[in-house]
Design a protein. Structure first.
Length: 434
């Protein structure tokens, strides 16, 4: 069974991307997490990792080509697996449907993709008002029951069809896939909660002959990680834009991070390095610790885009500073030192991150709710520094840390383990180098 490699969405406004370079040749074996191709946008160039072990059985989009987000770029399969061009084309179509459902819960009426081609609509016997109404409601006239003379579809027939369709419980993704395939959703049987039609119901109607094999595969024992990953993928596909964000909070002693910055600033540097050292602050120290801990917990450094959940040990950290509300991207922050992070903060590189750190250190806000952007699995907020009495009676500078994570992508245990490791590292950064 092939795994699709799609053009990822690396930013909220990204619509297209260019395949800058394939890092693996067609027919070569790859491992999960191995960098497989590069994507170039007008803002950044990112290396994309393989979502699974396998063989790159086919490259569908060559180097230098620019395609839309969600386009299938290549197929990952088993050794010796052959993939036909027709099958690849169908895969690309299905993936585009997934992307459309992810980006738009309801497609504007001006976009006719989800209805049948205009030539087919015009050929069917229907009044001009009925055709115009069908287009505005994105209804397939082939599924409308005509009541006019000689089988002509009237406006009232389209309205009757709309009322019937509106009463059917169906997920946005399933609706798009059914429309693309020309299926009448009124004939489908839903297996979701309270009879809702889901993606699997559409696929069952499209490929009934594949169901025995699929049932057998589903009943076969699977490893816990693979099963959990598949469950999360299905929940993400069917969950749409609903909020599943949970929050963990803790008060962290920032003494060690402040000492780290102060020690850097006391070090003798040449002019440029001295300027960078002076620019380093508690935000840079927290970014350093956060990126190192994230590298060891890739489940929190994950992004859901174009129907695919991708986790990586390479941290693209978006740093927001309040109250200025300025945002910069710190590329590959996990491999950067404190000076490099300070330089990245000064350069103000713009781009989408795999994780967002929002700092209120320059404000009076002690805490705030984390906001997840661009399909991110998690984000962190640091409140302002406050003098807090410790258990030993000493007064130390502390900050409130709040971790927000999407429970569809990250397990509660994973989030808790990461947060515990983060707080320990913030209070003792030296443990990161031992």
């Amino acid at each position: 069974m092939s795994t699709e490699l799609t053009m990822p969405k690396l930013g909220l406004t990204m619509k297209t991307g260019k395949v800058a370079r394939w890092l693996v040749a067609e027919g070569a074996a790859v491992h999960q997490g191995e960098e497989i191709f590069e994507v170039e946008t007008d803002k950044i160039t990112n290396k994309i990792e393989s979502p699974a072990d396998g063989v790159l059985v086919q490259i569908l989009v060559q180097q230098g080509e620019e395609v839309a987000v969600g386009t299938v770029l290549g197929l990952l399969g088993e050794p010796g697996e052959a993939v036909s061009t027709a099958g690849s084309a169908q895969t690309a179509t299905t993936d585009s449907a997934d992307t459309a459902a992810e980006q738009d819960k309801a497609v504007p009426a001006s976009q006719p993709e989800h209805t049948q081609p205009a030539a087919v609509q015009d050929y069917l016997p229907a009044t001009p008002r009925a055709k115009a109404l069908a287009r505005s409601l994105e209804l397939d006239l082939r599924h409308v029951v005509p009541t006019g003379k000689k089988g002509i579809i009237l406006e009232r027939d389209v309205l009757a069809r709309q009322e019937r369709v509106a009463a059917i419980a169906i997920t946005p993704l399933a609706r798009v896939l059914a429309a693309r395939a020309g299926l009448d959703i009124c004939t489908l049987t839903g297996t979701g909660e309270r009879g809702k039609i889901v993606k699997a119901d559409v696929e069952r109607a499209l490929h009934p002959e594949a169901q025995p094999g699929a049932d057998a595969a589903a009943s076969a024992p699977a490893s816990a990680p693979a099963g959990a990953s598949m469950t999360r993928q299905l929940v993400l596909e069917e969950g749409g834009a609903a909020s599943f964000v949970r929050t963990l909070t803790a008060t962290a002693d920032m003494t060690a991070c402040l000492a780290l910055v102060a020690g850097l600033q006391r070090t003798g540097f040449k002019a440029r390095a001295r300027k960078l050292a002076e620019a380093a602050n508690v935000e840079c120290a927290l970014a350093l610790v956060l990126a190192r801990v994230l590298s060891a917990h890739p489940a929190l450094n994950a992004v859901y885009s174009a129907g695919t959940l991708t986790s990586s040990s390479t941290v693209q950290l978006a740093l927001r500073s309040m109250p200025a509300d300025s945002e910069v991207l710190l590329p590959d922050a996990g491999s950067c030192g404190l000076l490099a992070l300070a330089e990245g903060r000064m350069q103000a590189v713009v781009g989408a991150g795999t994780f967002t750190l929002t700092s209120y250190a320059g404000s009076r806000a002690a805490c705030a709710s984390p906001v997840l952007c661009d399909g991110q699995a998690a984000a962190l907020v640091m409140g302002c520094l406050t003098e807090t009495s410790a258990a030993d009676g000493a007064v130390r500078p502390c900050a409130r840390l709040s971790l927000g994570y999407d429970a569809r992508m990250v397990g509660d245990g994973e989030a808790c383990a990461f947060f515990d490791a983060l707080v320990r590292a913030v209070e003792d950064p030296l443990q990161l180098i031992f």
